[in-house]
Ligand binder design. Structure first.
Ligand code: HEC
Ligand code: HEC
Length: 161
């Protein structure tokens, strides 16, 4: 939003820019198109760079904490009543993808079904990977866990087991 709709030649003004930073962390850039009646430069692109601090994740948490309190909305509720691929995308991919803290799907597929099942059920000690089955305080049913294992590590990918 410009401080004035009409600027005389040489006059200065301010532009207010609102940026929706929802879900964004780290360095981000926003570009703003400015259209004027200047015959030589009808359109100018301004850009603002900003550093969005992730206040939620600045502290070190125990893995299981992601199922409680304010963490649930992102780490648990999004996956509710979903299955297989869809569940994976909503509850798992935030950590399991390129540049994140854990292995990508392709890399996980080099593990055996047993290894995958164990990690999903029990979590991985000393990492941010929580255990997802009820025995380890996780939110997923047997059915949901089996669906995830089949999705991550289908039987046909590797005949070992
Ligand atoms: C607004 C959504 C949101 C909320 C709320 C949230 N998280 Fe996260 N969390 C994410 C996303 C997205 C990632 C993936 C990391 C990234 O993209 O930088 C993540 C990653 C993590 C990680 C892995 C970090 C790593 O680098 O290994 C942990 C642990 C974690 N969250 C714990 C928590 C805890 C504990 C809470 C509550 C205090 C919480 N999160 C609340 C969205 C959220
Ligand atoms: C808060 C981040 C986070 C979330 C959410 C998360 N994981 Fe993990 N996961 C990790 C970390 C960290 C490891 C251990 C480091 C590693 O091996 O990549 C791990 C390990 C694993 C492993 C063992 C294989 C491996 O990568 O060594 C499997 C399988 C796995 N996760 C599956 C899942 C599934 C399925 C979900 C969703 C239900 C999920 N993870 C959600 C962070 C996370």
């Amino acid at each position: 939003m410009a401080s004035s709709g009409r600027l005389k030649p040489g006059e200065k003004g301010k532009i207010r820019v609102d940026v929706n930073i929802r879900g964004k962390f780290g360095q981000i850039m926003k570009t703003i198109q400015v259209v004027t009646n200047d015959p030589e430069r009808r359109q100018t692109t301004l850009s603002v760079k900003m550093l969005v601090k992730d206040l939620i994740h600045m502290k070190k948490y125990k893995a299981a904490e992601i199922f409680s309190g304010a963490c649930k909305i992102c780490h648990l509720d999004r996956g509710r009543s979903r299955k297989g691929h869809d569940l994976y995308v909503n509850d798992c991919m935030m950590c399991h993808s390129a540049g994140k803290s854990a292995l990508e799907l392709g890399a996980m597929r080099t593990k055996t079904r047993e290894e995958v099942a164990k990690a999903v059920r029990e979590g991985v000690q000393k990492t941010s990977m929580p255990g997802w089955d009820a025995k380890h305080g996780g939110p997923l049913s047997e059915d949901e866990i089996r669906g995830l294992i089949d999705y991550i590590r289908p039987v046909s990918i590797n005949s070992k087991n």
